[in-house]
Design a binder for this molecule. Structure first.
Ligand SMILES: Nc1ncnc2c1ncn2[C@@H]1O[C@H](COP(=O)(O)OP(=O)(O)OP(=O)(O)O)[C@@H](O)[C@H]1O
Length: 604
């Protein structure tokens, strides 16, 4: 049997690491640099501090900056700079203790609750809710009193109160991931729950947990400073909160004493907040939105004058321009990538007359959908199409505004998408999904729209339209869902109906029925029907003419019979052989089988 064509080499996929993407965010970089400086100061504080932070020199009480004390002296005559530097150590130590406590308590509990559900989930969620409803500050004061103001225990207690933040994130991610087929596959393969939790589940939660850690560290530093401001903590260990307390007493007379620790605290918390929000952007938004400059660059590259070997247009027209329901001339589609412009449709021309069924066929990635999406003006963000012309129902639509292009959908062009189930909203019954466009696109009254919806459902072969109208998408079969989508697409009696892989998600008997239905409707309404498919079997069933595409170009085009009997391009021949039950393939198999039987006979 002839193998399906497959590219000999694939371009390596370029993955950009989180770190590299982070370094492209200037604000995030500045925040990281500031935080790195705070960490370096905390680590090197014993060597950087010019004085013992607790050494009292009454001469510098309330002293302004200068005279060997760059930030002056505090109310007790201690060097402010030395206390600020050593205070950074206390602050970061406290933040680390809090984050580690929250992580250790929140993440395993959240992942287990999301993965196992049931009683584990109920118990963990109850504890998390209870922690959130307890007034934290009061409990912290009680803990401080009961532990002789032990700083480490206090920071652990703060960590316990912040653990629900981690718990909720980890549980939500685990709940989303536990139903994924790869988790079932791991279970079926005998992988233990412990290993699934350690590998798949933790992997799924790590990105939001990093973000949460940056934010939790900021919150922990703020809470710690608040407690120290209230006088909690050892008096002999300098801290920013204590310094603020000291400065607060003399705020009106010596404001600088309050200013320095406030700046240190504010800058550190702001740096952590910016680091957290930059990370949040990077882990949640993976698709970069195209910039105007990027789009202009793609447009310019696509419109560059022809002449290069790969810039010659491909495809031909079978009809006069005025006889076409759909006509595309020299269509190019491109995307901006880090390595330059990627052209995915390269100068495609094709057409379809009213009453004709045109098949666009090709392997996955050959550019069929991009061609059709260019006609429908539904290219994803970043996709840019340029063409010498796109005509629908005799009207040149390529130069219309986006709004006017959108107005063609449902009126001049109908579209039947690939996956019937995912193209119906699970939240609404079928009736609402059919009636809404009839009312808002075609201006029918509610009663007329309901009547028309019922009529078209009957027309597409649904025998119990009232039940289907009242049903939600999950209550009907895939074949029925496809009929509903076809009903929606033909409701406006368009001149062109585009069906993108209309049978791929359906079983064989339903496939034949759907193709037959499309053919009937196409004849009845006199539409041009464009079927996008990778399967020559579908082409043989229903199409009059076929356009064969490969790597964004038209390889061959012509009447179906001619293409089947005498494919000019070897790629077309390969596609036909891969799609159909070819005699050569079976002969090969028979030969192999006979060889095996003969070998077995010899052994006996
Ligand atoms: N958003 C995008 N960004 C960059 N390249 C894209 C994007 N969407 C599609 N492509 C590329 O465009 C090429 C053509 O894709 P297209 O979806 O048209 O293929 P297709 O022939 O319809 O195959 P399939 O039936 O598998 O969808 C592919 O190489 C694909 O990787």
């Amino acid at each position: 049997m002839t193998a399906a064509p497959f590219p000999a080499t694939l371009a390596p996929v370029k993955r950009i690491s989180l770190w590299r993407r982070y370094t492209r965010r200037p604000l995030g970089l500045v925040a990281l640099a500031v935080f790195a400086i705070v960490v370096a100061v905390a680590v090197l504080a014993p060597w950087l501090a010019p004085f013992d932070p607790n050494f009292v020199d009454f001469k510098i009480t309330h002293a302004p900056p200068g005279d060997g004390h760059p930030l002056g002296g505090d109310s007790a005559g201690r060097d402010i700079l030395s206390r600020l530097l050593v205070g950074a150590q206390t602050t970061l130590y406290g933040a680390v203790i809090t984050c580690v406590t929250s992580l250790v308590l929140g993440v395993p509990a959240g992942v287990s609750a999301g993965y196992f559900g049931g009683i584990t989930d109920r118990i963990c969620s109850w504890i998390s809710d209870a922690l959130q409803s307890v007034p934290g500050m009061i409990v912290l004061l009680v803990v401080a009193a009961g532990t002789g103001q032990n700083f480490t225990v206090l920071m652990v207690a703060i960590g316990v109160f912040l653990a629900p933040g981690y718990y909720r994130i980890a549980r939500a991610r685990a709940l989303a991931v536990r139903k994924e087929p790869y988790i079932d596959a791991a279970r079926v393969a005998g992988v233990t729950n412990g290993r699934i939790l350690r590998t798949h589940m933790l992997r799924a939660v790590y990105a939001p947990i990093i973000v949460q850690t940056a934010l939790t560290a900021g919150i922990a530093i703020g809470m710690q400073a608040g407690l120290q401001f209230l006088g909690i903590g050892s008096a002999s260990t300098p801290s920013w909160g204590q310094m603020m307390n000291d400065g607060f007493q003399t705020m009106l007379t010596y404001p600088l004493i309050l200013l320095w620790p406030s700046i240190a605290l504010g800058v550190t918390i702001a740096a952590l907040a910016f680091i957290g929000s930059t990370l949040a952007d990077l882990v949640s938004v993976r698709v970069e939105q195209p910039t105007r400059r990027g789009l202009a660059r793609v447009r310019q590259a696509l419109a560059a004058p022809a002449g290069l070997p790969d810039r010659t247009p491909s495809g031909t027209h079978a009809h006069q321009a005025q006889d076409c329901a759909l006509r595309i001339e020299n269509l190019r589609v491109g995307y901006s990538t880090p390595t330059g412009v990627k052209e995915v449709v390269c100068g495609v021309s094709l057409d379809a007359a009213p009453g004709e069924v045109l098949g666009i066929v090709g392997e996955s990635g050959s550019g069929k959908t991009q061609t059709i999406f260019s006609v429908l003006d539904l290219l994803p963000p970043g996709g840019t199409a340029v063409a010498d012309g796109i005509w629908v129902g005799g009207e040149e639509v390529g130069h219309l505004s986006r709004k006017d292009r959108a107005a063609l959908l449902g009126r001049k062009i109908g579209y039947v998408p690939q996956e019937p189930m995912t193209n119906l909203d699970p939240c609404y019954p079928i009736e609402r999904q059919l009636v809404e466009p009839l009312r808002h696109v075609h201006g029918l009254s509610k009663a007329d729209a309901a009547k028309r919806a019922r009529e078209i459902l009957v027309r597409v072969g649904i025998t119990d339209p009232d039940r289907v109208l009242a049903a939600y998408p999950h209550q009907i079969s895939g074949g029925m869902a496809q009929r509903v989508l076809i009903a929606g697409a033909i409701a406006g009696q368009p001149s062109v109906l585009v069906a993108d892989e209309p049978t791929t998600a359906l079983d064989v008997t339903v496939q034949a029925e759907v193709l037959e239905l499309l053919r009937e409707l196409q004849r009845e309404y006199g539409m041009a029907l464009v079927i996008v498919t990778h399967n020559f079997g579908v082409v043989a069933d229903i199409c009059d003419r076929v356009v064969v595409m490969k790597d964004g170009r038209v390889v061959e085009t012509g009447p179906v019979e001619q293409i089947f009997r005498r494919p000019e391009d070897p790629y077309t021949a390969e596609l036909i052989a891969a799609s159909l039950d070819d005699a050569e393939g079976r002969a090969e198999l028979d030969e192999k089988w006979q060889g095996r039987v003969a070998a077995q006979d010899g052994v006996r």
